[in-house]
Write a protein that binds this ligand. Structure first.
Ligand code: X8Z
Ligand code: ZN
Length: 429
């Protein structure tokens, strides 16, 4: 989106002016200030978390690269160095689940089901997807959505006008007028996104009785993690079987295919979730000038994700402009945090439910005790430092990357096995 660059540079100036009037060095400093800790500590905290999960990402990167090399050959994708960003099945290379079929375990054991196909076979439409999402929250003991939600939400793409289709959730009156705005398609990705968006709405409604200033998420990562946590249960084969979508209950042979599919979305996302704001922090601070916007973006992609564009970028390229949150000026580190938090929530919830099996097979569907404790955290809103909200539901004192590590542990072992004899990693130079 080359035409956007100068407008974006101007927006950065205006946003910085406002941030300075509020006493911050720049907009990046303002954004880093929302975490109940000194802003410098927050940047270091995200570094610390990234260092913990980076070995997992490198193992996934290494495995996917080898499979892409096997499929496309050395001329397209070498078996060393960075991965070509256009081979990963997503316009921003932020989640790679769409190439599951390309990288599925080589020795048989391919996943026995595809959620998109199950939804289509069961004749789901957009409304049924949202009803199903609501059903999960209701199963936890939370109230059904109000009638106005169904009357006023945009659930499908209108046929008579252009709209922004990027999914969002809204709270119109700080009370009960909650809505989503999506162009829902019947596929596995949107099935998940429905649960994500409803998480925002359920959070909003739960904290509506707080004083005005506290009607918000404990931090913005919490807001993003609520629905993702619910989605972790809603994607399990056990749950899909309970609601009649999946006719079989897969056994242990399904663990690696399932975890690989999840990792292509959740683990692959981690460096992307970090790099968007690493790029913007430098833009807002002036470290990256407008003329260097695109080269800095490409350099951050290489450093954090180990990805390269398929060829040289044109001199006037402005690739970050294609990511909704960049022109929209929505902070992005929230999604990195949510990718960590949702597994902390899941580990705690499954423990509350008395689950002793592998974490990735756990579903808390229908568990009222978990629902009550979950809702208690939601109702706190922003009335306490986020660390207190975290403690209330999970007992954890802060950000803890060990939960995502627990969830993916069997896959990480498997990836290391697959990668044996390969030189993993890439050079960011
Ligand atoms: O923007 C979103 C949500 C709306 S809050 C659909 N997400 C990020 C993205 O699409 O880039 C969810 C995952 C990350
Ligand atoms: Zn969201």
């Amino acid at each position: 989106s080359p035409v956007m660059r100068d407008d974006y540079a101007r927006m950065v100036e205006i946003a910085n002016e406002g941030s300075r009037e509020l006493g911050f060095a720049d907009t990046g400093a303002l954004w880093r200030s929302g975490y109940d800790m000194p802003a410098d500590d927050f940047a270091a905290e995200t570094d610390r978390l990234w260092a913990k999960v980076k070995p997992f990402y490198e193992n996934l990167h290494c495995y996917v690269r080898a499979r892409l090399n096997a499929k496309y050959g050395d001329a397209v994708q070498p078996d060393h160095g960075a991965i070509r960003a256009d081979l990963l099945g997503n316009m921003w290379s932020q989640q790679w689940g769409n190439i599951y079929d390309v990288v599925a375990p080589p020795s048989g054991g391919a996943s026995s089901y595809d959620l998109t196909e199950l939804l289509k076979a069961a004749d789901y439409d957009a409304t049924k997807m949202v009803k199903t999402g609501e059903g999960f929250y209701v199963s936890l003991g939370l109230d059904p959505l109000p009638q106005t939600f169904w009357e006023r939400s945009q659930i499908t793409r209108p046929r008579d006008r252009e709209v922004v289709c990027h999914a969002s959730a809204w709270d119109l009156d700080n009370a009960d007028d909650i809505r989503i705005k999506m162009c829902t398609n019947v596929n596995g990705d949107d099935f998940y996104t429905v649960h994500h968006e409803l998480g925002h709405n359920y959070y909003q409604r739960a904290y509506k009785n707080q004083p005005m200033l506290f009607r918000n998420g404990a931090n913005d990562g919490f807001h993003e993690a609520i629905g993702d946590f619910v989605g972790l249960s809603a994607l399990t084969p056990t749950y899909l079987n309970q609601i009649g979508l999946l006719k079989t209950t897969p056994g242990a042979e399904e663990d690696i295919p399932f975890l690989l599919k999840m990792a292509l979305d959740k683990i692959a996302f981690l460096p992307f979730g970090l790099m968007v704001d690493r790029w913007r922090w430098d833009v807002f601070s002036g470290e990256t000038a407008p003329a260097a916007y695109n080269t800095a973006w490409t350099a951050d992609m290489l450093q954090y994700q180990g990805l390269v564009p398929p060829g040289p970028r044109p001199a006037n390229a402005f690739d970050p402009g294609a990511k909704y949150h960049v022109p929209g000026n929505t902070p992005y580190t929230r999604y990195f945090l949510a990718a960590i938090y949702q597994f902390q929530f899941q580990r705690a919830a499954c423990k509350q439910a008395g689950w002793t099996g592998p974490l990735h097979r756990c579903s808390v569907y229908g568990n009222n005790e978990v629902g009550a404790r979950f809702n208690a955290m939601l109702q706190m809103g922003q009335s306490q430092p986020w660390q207190e909200a975290m403690k209330a539901f999970t007992g954890d004192g802060g950000n803890d990357a060990s939960a995502i590590a627990d969830y993916f542990a069997p896959l990480n072992d498997w990836l290391q096995e697959q990668n044996r004899g390969h030189q993993c990693g890439w050079s960011a130079a």
